[in-house]
Design a protein around this ligand. Structure first.
Ligand SMILES: [Zn+2]
Length: 237
């Protein structure tokens, strides 16, 4: 990533301090200068669109990753463009179904909703939490749940209205020919890259500090070319 070493470590340090569910909003806050209170209130799709845009500017628009084939278990390399995982914005993502005396409104979940739902529990419990937080209903008798077909229609509309929140990539395995769809999560992808680069950088600081007794600040202020040359020299001895 095209970031000064100190900025990269600040981002990594910020990310480490947050739970995985909250981390994308925290990274976006650092990158945009907004407060986490603001980025955590963005619908997930809108938040991820901002992260993708930011990543494209930092690291280029070509993305690569490794995954395992669900059929044969062999590693599969993927390469794609930011444009391949960008979805058109569908407005603010709130959708409504009015029918048969019912009025159902769904607002797209944000990071705070997701953090509540991501607490240890079952998938069903997470779904219930999201419904409690994001669904508003009126109609029906007391304690009556909305009809299932209206809920299905509402959720179908919600998926169309916030498409960036659930991006899937079509993958195939060159070894066994299996084809499948895998979710793409820019927050997790970005964190994996940041984590790898930060740990590599800290390892370099460790080696150079031990060899030359330089401070972290002095080592990080070296250009990448000088840093790698000194590292090469210390490893020769
Ligand atoms: Zn395979």
């Amino acid at each position: 990533m095209n970031l000064p070493a100190s900025t990269l470590l600040t981002l990594w340090e910020t990310g480490v301090a947050y739970a995985p569910a909250a981390r994308p909003a925290a990274l976006l806050a650092v990158s945009t200068g907004e407060s986490v209170d603001v980025t955590a209130r963005l619908p997930l799709g809108q938040r991820d669109a901002c992260l993708l845009d930011w990543y494209g500017k930092l690291a280029g628009t070509r993305l690569s990753a490794l995954t395992d084939c669900p059929q044969c278990g062999k590693p599969v390399e993927l390469e794609f463009d930011v444009a391949d995982v960008q979805r058109p914005s569908g407005g603010n993502g709130t959708v409504t179904v009015d029918e048969a005396g019912w009025s159902l409104t769904w607002r797209p979940p944000d990071t705070l909703d997701f953090c509540h739902a991501a607490k240890p529990g079952t998938v069903e419990a997470a779904r219930r939490i999201l419904l409690e937080r994001c669904l508003t209903t009126s109609g029906g008798a007391a304690n009556e749940s909305p009809p299932a077909h209206l809920m299905t229609r509402l959720m179908d509309l919600a998926a169309v209205a916030d498409p960036q929140a659930d991006v899937r990539l079509a993958l195939d395995c060159p070894a066994c020919g299996a084809a499948w769809q895998a979710p793409f999560d820019i927050g997790a992808f970005l964190w994996t890259r940041l984590q790898a680069e930060a740990l590599r950088l800290l390892g370099e600081v460790h080696e150079l500090a031990a060899a030359y007794s330089w401070s972290e600040r002095e080592i990080l202020s070296l250009s990448p070319a000088r840093r790698s040359t000194y590292l090469e020299l210390t490893r020769r001895t």
